[in-house]
Structures are given as C-alpha cells and as structure tokens.
Design a binder for this molecule. Structure first.
Ligand SMILES: Cc1cc2nc3c(=O)[nH]c(=O)nc-3n(C[C@H](O)[C@H](O)[C@H](O)COP(=O)(O)OP(=O)(O)OC[C@H]3O[C@@H](n4cnc5c(N)ncnc54)[C@H](O)[C@@H]3O)c2cc1C
Length: 230
C-alpha cells in the first residue's frame, strides 16, 4: 500500500510532554475509528484562529498505531498553530486531515538508510526508526541529528537505548553552536559510492544544503527523500 487517501478525522489530546524549553510532544488518540498512516507521514491540523480556519502540517513522530499518534512541535512565539497547540487542554478534540507526504520508506525499498535531521525534523525519523526496528528490519540505519545547543536535544535517551539494543542502528549528534552545521559531517557517508537512501528533514535551508551536497557528490536523485518544514 503506497497511497492512502487523506481524510478528515477527530483526535483527542491525551497527553503532552515538554521535551525542551520550546518543544513539546503531543499525544493524540483517535476518536473514534482510526487513521492509517505510515512512518514518515504528516497530517494537517485544522483549527480556528480569530474566526478563520487555518491549517498547519505536523509530521507524525510515533510509529504506526491504530489508536494514537504523536507530533513533536516547536512552539513559535505568536505562531498561530503552535500557540493553538500550546494552549490546548488535555481532552480537547482537534481536527486533522491526513495522511500526507512521500517521506516514508516504500514497501519495495530495502536499501540501507542515512537519516539527516535538525530540530523537530527528528520527529518523522523517530517514527521511521521505531517502526523498522520494531519489525526486526536488519538494514543499516545511520542517523545524523543536529540541534543548536545541548539544551535543544530531543529523544537522546531513546536514541541511546535503541542503538544499544539494535547494532544496525547508529546515531551521531552535532551541536551547531559548537561543532558547526550538520553539513560539515556529511563526508563520512560517501554519497558518491553508497547504495543507501538518504532521508533529510528539518528547516528549508538545511534540507537544501544537504540535498545539494549529496547530488554534487554524485548520489542518485531517486535515492534522496526530503521533508522540508519551511
Ligand atoms: C510537511 C511539513 C511538516 C511539518 N512538521 C512539523 C513538525 O513535525 N513539527 C514542527 O514543529 N513543525 C512542523 N512543520 C512546520 C509547521 O507546519 C508550522 O509551519 C510551524 O509550526 C509554525 O506554524 P505557526 O502557525 O505556529 O506559526 P505561523 O503563525 O505560521 O508563523 C508565525 C511567525 O513565525 C515564523 N516562523 C514559522 N516557523 C518558524 C520556525 N520554525 N522558527 C522561527 N520562526 C518561525 C513565521 O515566519 C512567522 O513570521 C512542518 C511543516 C511542513 C511543511
């Protein structure tokens, strides 16, 4: 199944966890029914803002489940969607439409994976990693995760736990305030020769830079997959 027709559905906010000073993970349960999504998909949150209906895209950060889904969101000061989420009480019902996107591992793609994420771009990577490892997928999965400061790190305990348990999963963290941007760490992947597929998620500038770097190194365009948060 490669394409799932997007539908509007209602979800209930079951819990929210603060991960850093400005980033939260929101856990929604389906009410009622379920919304089939693949690891890497995103959903559009539909909400009212000053009498106008608005929509914002959020990548699903949890592995596929028929009961619930999570989103990992950076709160933007005065941002309409993120402020709506920040003020949402537990038990609130919210409309979403989805699933959307092509940032998932196609059923016939068994290639090793190089995942490059910055900030909340780690969300869909978490979904993909948890899904593959839970299914016993033995392909090599290498994650390069960049944030600005140590205080902005997300899911470090989970990443450490997963790599200790699954030898095929490794990760590297870079702090741009100390180590420079993630693009400085790309040589190690040998994009010219690798048969792996590259998945990139985060800010528009980073996604563009990493993609261009891989293309310049001679990586096949078809092996590069991006999710651009803007
Ligand atoms: C496919 C897709 C998936 C996405 N998934 C996620 C996700 O999983 N988690 C997540 O947090 N976001 C995600 N985004 C971004 C999200 O859709 C919103 O753009 C973001 O939450 C800001 O929306 P807002 O309504 O809060 O701010 P807006 O009201 O749209 O913007 C308010 C102001 O903040 C500025 N601004 C917007 N974004 C940022 C930013 N990141 N940093 C600083 N200033 C900003 C705007 O330029 C504007 O001036 C995704 C975007 C796309 C396209």
């Amino acid at each position: 199944m490669q394409f799932i027709k997007p539908e509007i559905f209602t979800a209930t906010l079951a819990s929210k966890v603060q991960l850093t000073a400005d980033t939260w993970e929101f856990d929604f349960t389906f009410t009622p029914g379920s919304f089939p999504y693949k690891a890497g998909h995103f959903a559009m949150m539909i909400f009212d803002h000053e009498g106008k209906t608005e929509q914002r895209a959020y990548s699903i950060s949890s592995p596929p489940s028929s009961n619930s889904f999570q989103i990992c969101v950076k709160l933007i000061p005065n941002g309409k969607g993120s402020t709506f989420l920040a003020n949402l009480p537990l038990g609130a019902k919210v409309q979403f439409k989805g699933p959307f996107g092509m940032f998932f591992i196609k059923d016939d793609n068994a290639a090793d994976l190089i995942l490059v994420a910055t900030g909340t771009g780690i969300g869909p990577m978490k979904s993909i990693i948890l899904d593959l490892l839970a299914r016993g997928d033995g392909r090599r999965i290498e994650l390069l995760f960049g944030v600005r400061h140590q205080q902005g790190l997300l899911f470090t305990d989970l990443l450490a736990e997963l790599s200790a348990k699954h030898p095929n999963f490794t990760y590297q963290i870079t702090l741009s305030s100390i180590d420079g941007r993630v693009t400085a760490y790309l040589d190690q992947f040998n994009f010219a020769k690798t048969a792996a597929h590259l998945y990139i998620c985060g800010s528009g500038a980073m996604v563009k830079d990493v993609r261009n770097f891989a293309l310049e190194q001679g990586m096949d365009k078809a092996a590069i997959h991006v999710e651009n948060f803007g």
